[in-house]
Design a protein around this ligand. Structure first.
Ligand SMILES: [Zn+2]
Length: 186
């Protein structure tokens, strides 16, 4: 299954001139929820990860909110594991809603798209603080420019090269003269 093609066909991967929430401009925009809004397609895509996880033993899938929630939920459903998520409270990634982890409970982290790995690492820190042990990280798409320095094995289904630029130094602005579009605002 060509994951990039599935994203393209379902408006989950757009090419153009985009304004990111960081203020940077970019030539590519990824939105997994455009793919995951179709439950049967979500199952088809996410089940591609199952062979990669065959040799890992764990009880729970943990996702950082919001982007990772539906991905993590479907992955855990396919694996018959527990699904929980972390979310930011005053900027700090933490477990809420009564979610707990057992002492040294083995978990995997599931995030739909890994960009810099920052939110994944914050999720890992919350898991370790809660007593859990992360044994692997999975994503649908790896769009990192430099491979994130995770301590645990990291697997993804596809790699997408996304070029992002400082707004003041954006070659798409310079060559097209168009304004960067804020994704999701149309
Ligand atoms: Zn630009």
């Amino acid at each position: 299954m060509d994951i990039v093609k599935v994203y393209e066909e379902n408006n989950g991967l757009l090419r153009g001139h985009f304004l990111l929430s960081s203020g940077m401009h970019s030539d590519t925009y990824l939105q997994s929820e455009q793919v995951l809004q179709h439950p049967e397609l979500a199952t088809e895509v996410i089940s591609q990860l199952l062979p990669k996880l065959k040799f890992f033993e764990f009880t729970t899938v943990v996702s950082p909110a919001i982007g990772g929630i539906r991905f993590g939920y479907e992955l855990s459903r396919l694996l018959s594991k527990r699904s929980v998520f972390t979310e930011r409270v005053d900027g700090k990634m933490t477990f809420r809603r009564g979610f707990t982890l057992g002492h040294k409970e083995k978990v995997i982290v599931a995030e739909d798209v890994v960009t810099t790995g920052r939110s994944t690492k914050e999720c890992i820190a919350a898991i370790e603080e809660a007593g859990g042990e992360v044994i692997a990280i999975v994503s649908i798409i790896d769009r990192s420019e430099e491979a994130p320095d995770f301590k645990q094995p990291y697997m993804s289904l596809a790699r997408v090269l996304v070029k992002s630029y400082e707004a003041s130094n954006c070659p798409i602005c310079a060559s097209t003269g168009t304004a960067a579009i804020k994704p999701g605002s149309r």
